[in-house]
Write a new protein. Structure first.
Lengths: 128, 212
């Protein structure tokens, strides 16, 4: 089996290189790897193509640079998450409000979860 | 662990940053709609499990192996010794280093929640977060370690450390024989994540020769 990033890396335009070292992608924090895995899996499932993803991410990064965003690439995975959200919205799979509401619910669930217990969405006290 | 106070009020143990909550939200809605399979996501993340976070723990262990004075400071006050190297967790939590000895092997459990010290140890493997692992580690630590292919001598007792909301543990494995004269960098290369959790031992065959 080829490593999951191979197709992805090939599809990414040269101006949007994924943070990596000689052996492949590296992640500063776990959520970045989670966001990376989502995109790999969505391509595996055919929800969008590698080309569609490269265009979405490239557009997001160019927009951020034009607006004076980080030039050192340190916000790469923030842009990655925005590109994913926008692409899913464009595909009619969710809405900005939908993601907002679910993110707020996860944040409340985390705060409401005591040490040693798994953080579950059901732990959100406002979730019915 | 009494007498410690954080600068901020500690009303809760778990917290997601805005971006962490957003990624969870995207994942949840895609799982609910059936577009992604959580097991497939875990498998992809596991592919990169050694490539996430600064993975400072291996360098802490290698320093302790090569610098006896540092090892002493690490034993006495893990938080301060780790900070000395410029490493640390996200919050103000304590770091306690548990040194393996011929008499005692240490094993860490926890981390159903967000308390796992990934900046030091790297990402937790999927198995580590599972309730069965946690339960078995407490009841049968020797069997748990054996599940990972590591057989410890009967004479070596096993102590299980259960992380608290404010304390994170790192196991300092024993330096393997045959590594005399190795550089700190080369030593760090054989300190696996599992060896710092206690489910593994340093892997001397993982050593990479120093760059000339």
């Amino acid at each position: 089996m080829s490593r999951p990033e191979t197709d992805l890396a090939a599809a990414l335009a040269a101006d949007t290189p994924i943070p990596r070292d000689a052996e492949g992608p590296i992640f500063a924090e776990p959520w970045q790897a989670q966001a990376f895995a989502l995109v790999v899996e969505l391509q595996n499932k055919g929800v969008f193509t590698a080309d569609e993803w490269a265009q979405a991410l490239g557009a997001e990064i160019r927009e951020a640079l034009a607006a004076g965003g980080c030039k050192d690439g340190s916000d790469y995975y923030e842009r990655w998450c925005e590109a994913l959200e926008h692409l899913l919205i464009a595909k009619g799979l969710t809405s900005h409000e939908g993601v907002d509401a679910l993110a707020a619910s996860w944040a409340r669930a985390a705060e409401a979860t005591p040490h040693g217990k798994p953080i579950r969405l059901e732990n959100d006290p406002l979730r019915s | 662990m009494s007498g410690h106070h954080h600068d901020h009020d500690h009303h809760h143990d778990n917290h997601y940053t805005a971006i962490e909550a957003r990624v969870k939200a995207l994942e949840t809605l895609l799982v609910e709609k059936g577009y992604v399979d959580p097991a497939a996501l875990d498998a992809i993340i596991d592919t990169y499990e050694t490539r996430i976070g600064p993975r400072d723990g291996a360098r802490i262990v290698a320093k302790a192996w090569t610098d006896p004075a540092f090892a002493e400071r690490l034993r006495a006050d893990g938080t301060a010794a780790v900070a000395e190297l410029g490493y640390g967790g996200r919050g103000g939590e304590h770091i306690v280093a548990c040194f393996n000895t011929p008499e005692q092997h240490n094993l860490i459990v926890c981390t159903l929640c967000s308390c796992y010290p990934w900046p030091v140890l790297g990402l937790p493997p999927v198995w580590y977060k599972s309730p069965p692992y946690r339960a078995k580690a407490v009841i049968d630590p020797r069997g748990t370690i054996a599940d990972f292919g590591v057989t410890l001598p009967e004479s070596q007792r096993i102590r299980v450390w259960d992380s608290t909301a404010e304390t994170r543990f790192i196991v300092i494995p024993m330096r393997p024989a045959g590594t005399e004269g190795w550089s700190e960098e080369k030593l760090a290369g054989i300190v696996t994540r599992d060896s710092m959790i206690g489910t593994g031992l340093p892997q001397i065959d993982k050593a990479v020769e120093d760059a000339a």
